[in-house]
Design a protein around this ligand. Structure first.
Ligand code: 13P
Ligand code: SF4
Length: 302
């Protein structure tokens, strides 16, 4: 394994490549990653990089976003199978229909969406800045897509905006049920429950803290508490256990794994860098419009 890490690092240097990895990736990928974090952090790093090649250890929409931000650079996704089931829940035609049914209302798309969908939205957001982004529109009503649970969570936090949501969801996070939280609390009475806003509202309502993947990691790191029940993807728990061995982290359920995030391994990363595949490209007309939507988010998130 170490030999592979050395070979990848050598290739990175030779090709002036950077590796961005999401916190839900297989944890060994961190050994070769230049940046590891949530979707917002990774898009900020993608916007800043001076590398010639960006290898994205994440899902398709993340690599697409990196390409939109860097049209002149080569963006690689080691395994093309790594899509996002939530992003696939809304097509451009479905977005147009949603907007037709709710005319003259600004549309916020979650970064977990295709480039085509971003190209016809006003602004995008991630789970860590969704409240700030919706609030920045200063509108009484906002369309939010595709994640209905993140949208409704934002509506509740703001209290003064009607958030009209598209009925999309994350199949991984929706496996977590409120009874899982109450059972875990009974078993670990001293633990705090930290959940992701993609979870069902009956789960976030029972949580002590709700936030993005790095929001959860930061909260656990800074809290004086020693024990945490984690209601999000397993990759977050793997990293917390590695980084804070003195604390206890309990994954809410064994099977909270996003299969699409887990496609890439170190061999795939080596092959991808070596062969420079699979290159992600975005139609230039779509990319130009989607860039406005992404840049507007980056501007508000500064
Ligand atoms: P973050 O914004 O927390 O990185 O979440 C992305 C994601 O796909 C969660 O399912
Ligand atoms: Fe998409 Fe859910 Fe996987 Fe995140 S966890 S990439 S929202 S399917």
């Amino acid at each position: 394994m170490n030999e592979l890490v050395t070979k990848i690092n050598k290739l990175k240097k030779e090709k002036n490549a950077v590796i961005l990895a999401h916190c839900y990736q297989n944890v060994e990928i961190d050994e070769v990653a230049d940046f590891v974090g949530d979707s917002l952090y990774l898009s900020q790093m993608a916007a800043k990089t001076s590398a010639d090649i960006i290898l994205f250890a994440g899902v398709y929409f993340m690599a697409q976003t990196a390409k939109i931000l860097n049209p002149a650079k080569k963006v690689l996704l080691p395994r093309l199978e790594s899509g996002c089931r939530m992003a696939d829940m809304i097509s451009l035609n479905q977005l147009r229909e949603f907007k037709r049914e709710n005319p003259d209302i600004p549309a916020v798309c979650y970064i977990n969406s295709t480039a085509e969908v971003k190209s016809e939205c006003d602004i995008c957001c991630t789970s860590s800045n969704a409240i700030k982004i919706v609030d920045s529109l200063k509108s009484e009503k906002v369309l939010f897509l595709p994640d209905t649970y993140l949208g409704k969570w934002v509506e509740k936090q703001l209290g003064n905006v009607k958030v009209i949501t598209y009925p999309g969801f994350c199949p991984t996070h929706l496996q977590i049920r409120p009874e899982d939280i109450s059972n875990a609390r009974k078993q670990y009475p001293d633990a705090l429950v930290l959940s992701h806003p993609e979870c069902h509202h009956t789960v976030t309502e029972l949580s002590d803290y709700v936030g993005s993947t790095t929001g959860i990691m930061k909260y656990a790191a800074e809290s004086k508490n020693k024990s945490f029940i984690i209601a999000t993807e397993k990759g977050v728990v793997d990293r917390l256990k590695r980084d804070y061995p003195e604390k206890e982290f309990i994954l809410i359920k064994d099977n909270i794994i996003c299969p699409n995030m887990k496609w890439h391994n170190l061999i795939d990363i080596y092959n991808s860098l070596e062969k420079e595949e699979h290159e992600i490209n975005v139609d230039s007309n779509i990319a130009e419009k989607a860039l406005k939507c992404i840049n507007r988010m980056l501007e508000v998130s500064k």
